[in-house]
Design a protein around this ligand. Structure first.
Ligand code: SF4
Ligand code: SF4
Length: 114
């Protein structure tokens, strides 16, 4: 599959994203297992208001990449989740949720929830 040119975007599209209860539980479990130093380093980064709480500005990548929410994995590849830098990749049908989201990461669930 062709990939998105995310390097250098500095988290441009990483804002609040909807998450399901299952995703929240998974992220919670994984974050709890982070070494304290790793967690603190990620948690205290000076992000711009509106940037996802898990965006790693020091490494220009998702700080929870291996267990990021489904909507983040789908972004750029679905007709309703178009990346303006490579819109031709958004060919899949609009994303359908297997489980209804329970809220927004970074708004309803901040670092205090993890
Ligand atoms: S999905 Fe698009 S806007 Fe988002 S980081 Fe990647 S290239 Fe940049
Ligand atoms: S969880 Fe990761 S990929 Fe999703 S919005 Fe946050 S930083 Fe971006």
């Amino acid at each position: 599959m062709d990939t998105l040119p995310c390097q250098g975007c500095n988290g441009l599209c990483c804002g609040p994203v909807p998450i399901t209860e299952k995703e929240l539980k998974t992220i919670h479990k994984k974050i709890k297992a982070f070494p304290r130093k790793v967690r603190t380093e990620l948690e205290t980064q000076p992000r711009l208001f509106g940037t996802c709480i898990f965006y790693d500005i020091n490494r220009d990548r998702c700080g929870i990449h291996a267990f990021r929410p489904e909507v983040c994995r789908a972004f750029g590849y679905h007709q309703d989740l178009v990346c303006f830098r490579k819109p031709e990749l958004a060919t899949k049908e609009p994303l359908t949720w297997k489980e209804e989201p329970i809220g927004y990461l970074s708004i309803d669930f901040t670092w205090a929830a993890f």
